[in-house]
Design a protein around this ligand. Structure first.
Ligand code: NAP
Length: 261
């Protein structure tokens, strides 16, 4: 299938590692003009080099913290200056801290709101004039927790469901402009973040890490963690011209883990 991405300008947020980097790599493979961002420049440079040597297509990068409004404006402005517009915006950021209700004060709730919901409102607002011009695509990464809450992740469970409400509403509001808006929920995709979460579960429960992992696999019908590359292919399809009729949807990439419809 031709995804129609040659020379399309694309922003992939939080993309020096994990799901973001894999998505940037797939876009680069498809010939898109890709802008990466993250907080640490050294990691960004490493990701740019990796993507360039794998695809021959050199992405650009901006150092940006998704919780800082000024950084988000810079990210969009520099993308437009470099590539002349924005066709696809892929929203992603770090995960909030793990923990239960009584562990978090107002500052923690506010921080998670800014990281996992308000940041996406800001990226969409900044990119919207360009997305309108391009009749573009918005894809936002959340978690399988939008269908089934995950134990010990109350901050994530709370704000990521808000992203679904945002996306479903925007899908209708922006449809007349030809902009398609979707959400992706990773289940257990093997990245550094997943390793950290498994490690914390092991420490909290006192069980060996291997047991935590083998118990997790029992809940996944496909019997393994997903790879970031598998996840990225779905993200890139939704955020491409080849996707011309899927909007307002939340799709889990979870190997069948979540049993809800
Ligand atoms: N992997 C999974 O199976 C899974 C499942 C459910 C949900 N998720 C969620 O999906 C998102 C991505 O997960 P991942 O597994 O790819 O994580 P990861 O491997 O830890 O990668 C996170 C990336 O985001 C960047 N980042 C973190 N905080 C940022 C910020 N404030 N501003 C800009 N960039 C930031 C990091 O670079 P810097 O640190 O340099 O900024 C890095 O490039 C997270 O929100 C995670 O909670 C993942």
């Amino acid at each position: 299938m031709n995804l129609g991405l040659t020379d399309k300008p694309v922003i992939v947020c939080a993309s020096s590692a994990g799901l973001g980097k894999a998505t940037a790599l797939e876009y680069a493979r498809e010939g898109a003009r890709v802008m990466l961002c993250a907080r640490r420049e050294s990691e960004l440079r490493r990701a740019v080099d990796e993507i360039k040597s794998a695809t021959g297509n050199e992405p650009r990068h901006v150092v940006a913290d998704m919780t800082k409004p000024g950084d988000i404006v810079q990210l969009v402005e520099q993308t437009v200056a470099a590539f002349g517009g924005v066709f696809a915006l892929v929203n992603n950021s770090g995960g909030p801290p793990a923990g239960t209700f009584e562990q978090f004060d107002d500052a923690a709730w506010q921080g998670a709101f800014e990281l996992n919901l308000l940041s996406y409102v800001r990226t969409i607002r900044a990119a919207l004039p360009h997305l309108r011009q391009a009749r573009g695509r918005i894809v936002t990464f959340t978690s399988s927790s939008v269908r089934s809450p995950i134990e010990n992740l109350i901050l994530s469970n709370t704000f990521r469901t808000g992203v679904m409400g945002l996306a479903k509403t925007l899908a209708a509001e922006l449809a007349p402009d030809g902009i398609l808006v979707n959400v992706l929920g990773p289940g257990r995709i093997h990245t550094a973040r997943l390793d950290q979460l498994d490690q914390r579960r092991a420490e909290k429960s006192g069980l060996p890490l291997e047991q935590i992992r083998s118990d997790a696999l029992k809940g996944i019908p496909l019997g393994r963690y997903g790879t970031a590359g598998e996840y990225a292919k779905v993200a890139v399809f939704l955020g491409s011209p080849a996707n011309s009729y899927v909007t307002g949807q939340t799709l889990l990439v979870d190997g069948g883990m979540v049993k809800a419809y």
